[in-house]
Design a protein around this ligand. Sequence first.
Ligand code: SF4
Ligand code: SF4
Length: 408
Amino acid sequence: MMETTIQPVTESANERVAINGDLEFVEKLLGSGAADLKYCYQCSTCTVVCPITPDESPFPRKEMIRAQFGLKEKLVSSLDAWLCIHCNDCSTHCPRSARPGDVMNVIRSMSIVHFARPAFLAAAAQTPSRIWMLFLIPMIIIAAVILALPGGSAFGFLSGTIVFSKMMPVPAIDVVFIPAIAFAIVTALLSITGFLRSLAVEYPRTESGESLPAAIMGTLLDVLSHRKFLECTTDKSRAGAHALVMYGFIGLVVTTTLVGILYYMNQFGMDAQLSPYDFFHPVKVLGNVSGTLVFLGCSVLLARRMASDKSGKATAFDWTFIWALFMTVITGFASQVFRVSDLAIPAYGIYYVHLVLVFFLLAYMPYTKMGHILFRVVAMVYARWSGRAAVRPVIRDGQVKYNVRAES
Ligand code: SF4
Ligand code: SF4
């Protein structure tokens, strides 16, 4: 770590302050999608136009200063980086094209790596040259389980009617996925505990903080309504696409849970149907509708990212998650199409790829953009509880606006 000594702008111009800047961290920021950071000349336009920043100690200009000086600890522990919704209003108005919205996005991914346990998995999830290792692990585990099952090594499941549970019965799925989910929960708790400890030091609770139940309820309403996204003026279509992905994903989780519940109800002698379900079975309908929502949302997000830089520069971290989610849905639908077309090899082959992708999304949740959901929700609750995010609805131009600064 190198030390940088700067002359601060203070009332006492002779005062000198030593700042321990981590230049290695600055290099990482520049190489991870925040290369335009160096053009910032601290005019503060970004902070003025940000639709959601609080009055006190607003963002993102201060994060730009901290990033230029390499104040790693301040940045990775930043609550504000997680309150930013990457709307890119600030990047649109920045006179130097320093892209502060993208810098905030890179700070978030570095925060995930900083708090993740074990850190090497998080680093692998964010390094394009190493990410294949994370796919190799489920490829080997799932193939080994299939081959270990009776008839698996002889590929006996290929003959007769196509039923995916012949290749991977529900108990075998549980053997693979329950430990994967348990691993994700434990590592997520370790990451979030470290993050919360840091927040408690950097942002002590103030008198204006809400009670914990009120903070949780308020955050839940914010997330479900996507209210903050609708404050964005640069790229409003993102709110709709994001909502489609979120609700579709929730629907897929509910579908998978219902399939498991019905299976075990059946095993305990209750009258519950086993998969495959017919096309109009409620569980099938829920799964297909949810998959379609995710497909549509991901398509819009991917198209926007490829066609326009309004949505910001995507890092490998962003691309990996959105493609993994998109391909999970595509392989889910494709395996159904090949099943009803009675094409056994493509149906089972694509179903195997689907399982590998689901494992990737679930097991590595704390290290990928999925961890983002966790960190952001925790940060939103903390901000309300600590008094950092005082929400003051104001009627302006006939519309309800939130967190509008008093002087503006
Ligand atoms: S990021 Fe752009 S708008 Fe913000 S302070 Fe720097 S130069 Fe000004
Ligand atoms: S991206 Fe949007 S929310 Fe984030 S700092 Fe910029 S203007 Fe504010």
